[in-house]
Design a protein around this ligand. Structure first.
Ligand SMILES: Cc1ncc(COP(=O)(O)O)c(C=O)c1O
Length: 467
């Protein structure tokens, strides 16, 4: 991947796509058009950025079984031990129903907060780099998405700057848009966020007399790029943020999914007082339970608990106790290892197919873990405009435009290998290559690729379930 220049873009009306994508990540596939909404003049100003994509209509088609979807970020749950899990769930209701079905603490169930220490220690492994762990530092959240939303609510007033990688996780951009943040993207390359680019962004802000509220980063097996932040860059990033007084939000849902079991020292371990760490059971157990966590310095932890109280009173005790029982009764470490194997096999299928089928001039990242490959297409091809033609050819992907706050990134696409089996991935890439060949033919003949369908150039949502 070639480094993209630091981007000082301002995005006052940002995130249309990101916000819409947040809705998509929640499974809301409705076309959320404003037409005919009698409440239109009553919405808060902050909803202005929350418009749906005109290509949302495509999503229904993209989810059809005959379409190979390389668009979504859904974990593959095929390896879950459903029978023994159902015994545990029944046992939970029978033995602990009175508490499992009751309101709980806004900070989360104490036993799960203890067990989260084991999960973090498993990832830290020989690195021993949890940054210190006390169950009291943990706030259990409704997936890490709700932690992102609450953190943004706590820190961001309209117009405040948030730094994020270029490109960045669409659900985070959705939260930033909802709170009217100004997102400034910072360039990354094959080794993750580039310290010099971060330094430049921080210095530019200082010259403007401003300071970012936080840096949002996904250091391990990045969504959407698939790369990890090099170990020697980590202390540099932490030091830069400390020096400039900028908080770090370290979002780490994929850290245990290195194909070779490789893990990285957390940013939190290098400066626990200036990093909020986010974890999740979505990719290593069950995304539908919606259980994640934040590990935060005490002041921020207390504010997160207050924010959780006002949002949902408390995270559901039931789903937390399901996770807790699973951790207590199953060999979850082995299951994580089998997930790694499954995703490695799928990633290899994708990389092999890209090598075989994609036309000259395309390039892509080579992930060592996680769910995603980030592909770059030849100049002149617009992945957003091409998407309807891809879906017609029965393959879907997520256009790069959804991963940038201002909707740029149309020469990129995110290809997910997490969900379809290897032979479908190969077939999907073959179809995609056919579509790209067609675009390149048109470019060679007419100087432009295929017709643009409703692509006025603003931000827009990525594909169907881009979580
Ligand atoms: C980088 C990143 N952060 C957060 C999330 C949300 O995870 P959760 O299911 O825990 O809310 C995702 C989901 O895809 C993700 O990729």
């Amino acid at each position: 991947m070639t480094a993209m220049p630091p981007d000082p873009r301002t995005t006052g009306s940002l995130g249309t796509g990101a916000a819409a994508a947040g809705a998509a990540a929640e499974g809301d596939a409705r076309a959320a058009g404003d037409a005919g909404d009698p409440h239109l003049d009553r919405y808060a100003a902050r909803t202005a950025g929350m418009t749906a994509s005109e290509i949302r209509a495509l999503f229904a088609v993209a989810s059809r079984p005959e379409v190979v979807s390389l668009a979504g970020g859904m974990p593959n749950l095929a390896a879950l031990p459903l029978e023994s899990l159902s015994v545990e769930v029944a046992g939970l209701v029978a033995a602990e129903g009175q508490s499992a079905l009751q309101y709980g603490s806004a900070q989360g169930v104490p036993v799960l907060r203890e067990q989260i220490g084991d999960v973090m220690a498993f990832e830290a492994g020989s690195l021993g780099a949890t940054g210190g762990f006390a169950p009291d530092d943990v706030v259990v959240t409704v997936g890490s998405q709700s932690a992102l939303d609450m953190l943004t609510r706590l820190f961001v007033d309209p117009g405040d700057v948030v730094l994020a990688e270029s490109p960045s996780y669409v659900g985070a951009l959705g939260s930033f848009a909802a709170y009217q943040a100004e997102v400034r993207h910072v360039a990354m390359d094959d080794d993750g966020l580039i310290p010099a680019a971060l330094d430049e962004a921080l210095q530019r802000l200082a010259r403007e007399g401003r300071r970012a509220k936080f840096l949002y980063t996904v250091p391990n097996f990045h969504n959407p790029v698939g790369v990890s932040l090099a170990a020697d860059r980590r202390p540099e990033i932490v030091e830069l943020c400390r020096r400039h007084g900028v908080l770090i939000v370290e979002d780490n849902p994929y850290g245990l999914l290195g194909f070779d079991g490789q893990t990285y020292p957390s940013l939190r371990s290098m400066d626990p007082e200036n990093v909020v760490y986010l974890g999740s059971f979505s990719k290593i157990f069950a995304s539908g339970l919606r259980v994640g966590w934040a590990l935060a310095p005490h002041g921020i932890r207390d504010k997160l608990v207050l924010a959780a109280e006002s949002a949902t009173l408390c995270p559901p005790a039931f789903t937390q106790l399901v996770v807790s029982r699973y951790l207590a009764t199953h060999d979850w470490r082995s299951l994580v290892k089998s997930f790694r194997e499954m995703y490695r096999e799928r990633c290899e299928a994708m990389l092999g197919a890209l090598e075989t089928h994609l036309p000259d001039g395309c390039r892509w990242t080579r992930p060592q873990g996680g769910f995603f490959v980030w592909a770059t297409v030849p100049e002149g091809v617009d992945t957003r405009a091409m998407l309807p033609r891809a879906v017609t050819a029965r393959v879907a992907y997520a256009s790069g435009t959804g991963f940038h706050a201002d909707g740029s990134g149309s020469r990129h696409m995110r290809l997910s290998f997490c969900y379809p089996p290897p032979e479908r991935i190969t077939e999907g890439v073959r179809r995609l290559a056919g579509v790209l060949d067609g675009e390149l033919d048109l470019l060679r003949t007419f100087g432009v690729a295929g017709p643009r369908h409703g692509t006025p150039g603003g931000p827009q949502a990525p594909a169907v379930d881009t979580a």
